[in-house]
Design a binder for this molecule. Structure first.
Ligand code: MN
Length: 336
């Protein structure tokens, strides 16, 4: 948590109307969107002028979140986003801790700003761009951190259905529906409180997980066919080429969660999904692991990325085949 001195400063600076901008990482997920919009609904109740700016488009499966449709998309609406950022009294940066996580374009803009930044995030090794920093890897989601932040400010009574809906969404998605190791008694206490605000938790699960298109399921089928197991390394991986994505009318968000199937095989402790993006000229990679296999370190060291111990992302500028070969070679080297 922020120090008690920081909390009293934050409480006082939030006590009169301000221009506040909230930003999150590129390719926002449920926790990025949920924490940002949850905080937005909270700050609106304190009479601030609040804007949420996402670096790029958010996935369709999150479009129902309250006020998601008012999100300013930096890479598409630069002329609108830039003055909002420049004129902000405060900028909250949520669910990331290094400015490059907002992508090349937005990073360049953010680095030139001198506005006061406030970080709330649960990834390892935070950068030092923020004046106020609440960084704690023991949290399973940024949404749960926002919940604790609202409470420590003394505003639990302001948590309405909209805030609760947004925060619940990020907690569910980042905890794999309450099954990942960082799901604690506090997580369930938080969720109990959120459900008591009248949210429709069952409906939220339907919107998040039973919202597939036929093409998306066909793409999942293709991904599962492409799943390879490397028993000698307790590893597995999935590939999806640009051609395969096109074949099943890929839309942003369609590959969300597919990586987890590789870890569901008995005996597998590390898995990856390699997704070709011809437009950006990269292979986008997600890693998942169990136990002590640190994919954050693995992604940082070898694949221009990072994240958490058991969930991380990265990218490669090699071809799809070369990237997979590199992955296997690294596993072979690290096993020795
Ligand atoms: Mn998160």
């Amino acid at each position: 948590m922020f120090s008690s001195k920081e909390i009293s400063e934050l409480k006082s600076l939030l006590s009169s109307p301000k221009k506040i901008t909230i930003i999150s990482h590129r390719n926002p997920d449920g926790d990025a969107m949920g924490s940002s919009l949850g905080l937005l609904h909270f700050l609106i109740q304190l009479n601030h002028q609040v804007t949420f700016i996402s670096p790029n488009e958010y996935p369709d499966f999150l479009e129902w979140l309250p006020k998601a449709n008012e999100t300013v998309i930096f890479e598409r609406e630069y002329d609108k986003a830039l003055p909002i950022l420049q004129n902000s009294d405060y900028i909250f940066t949520l669910d990331f801790n290094a400015l490059h996580r907002t992508g090349d374009a937005m990073q360049k803009t953010l680095e030139k700003l001198s506005n006061t930044m406030i970080m709330i995030d649960h990834h390892q090794l935070p950068d030092t761009y923020s004046k106020y920093t609440f960084s704690d890897v023991n949290y399973g989601s940024t949404c749960q951190m926002i919940y604790d932040f609202i409470n420590i400010l003394g505003y639990n009574h302001l948590i309405n259905k909209e805030i609760a809906t947004c925060l619940y969404t990020g907690i569910v998605t980042d905890s794999g529906s309450f099954r990942f190791p960082k799901t604690t008694p506090e997580t369930h206490q938080c969720v109990a409180d959120l459900i008591s605000r009248g949210i429709n938790n069952s409906e939220i699960h339907n919107l998040l997980f039973d919202n597939s298109s036929y093409e998306r399921l066909q793409l999942l089928g293709k991904a599962l066919q492409n799943l390879k197991v490397l028993p000698e390394f307790n590893a597995s991986y999935i590939t999806l080429s640009q051609e395969e994505l096109n074949q099943y009318s890929y839309k942003k968000g369609d590959t969300e969660g597919i990586v987890n199937y590789g870890l569901s095989i008995k005996g597998i402790i590390v898995t990856a999904i390699f997704i070709e993006n011809k437009e950006e000229g990269i292979i986008k990679i997600s890693f998942r692991s169990q136990g002590n296999f640190d994919v954050n370190e693995f992604a940082r060291k070898h694949f221009n990325g990072g994240g958490h111990i058991n969930a991380a992302g990265g990218k490669s500028f090699l071809s799809l085949e070369e990237t997979v070969n590199q992955f296997i070679a690294i596993l072979a080297t690290e096993k020795k």
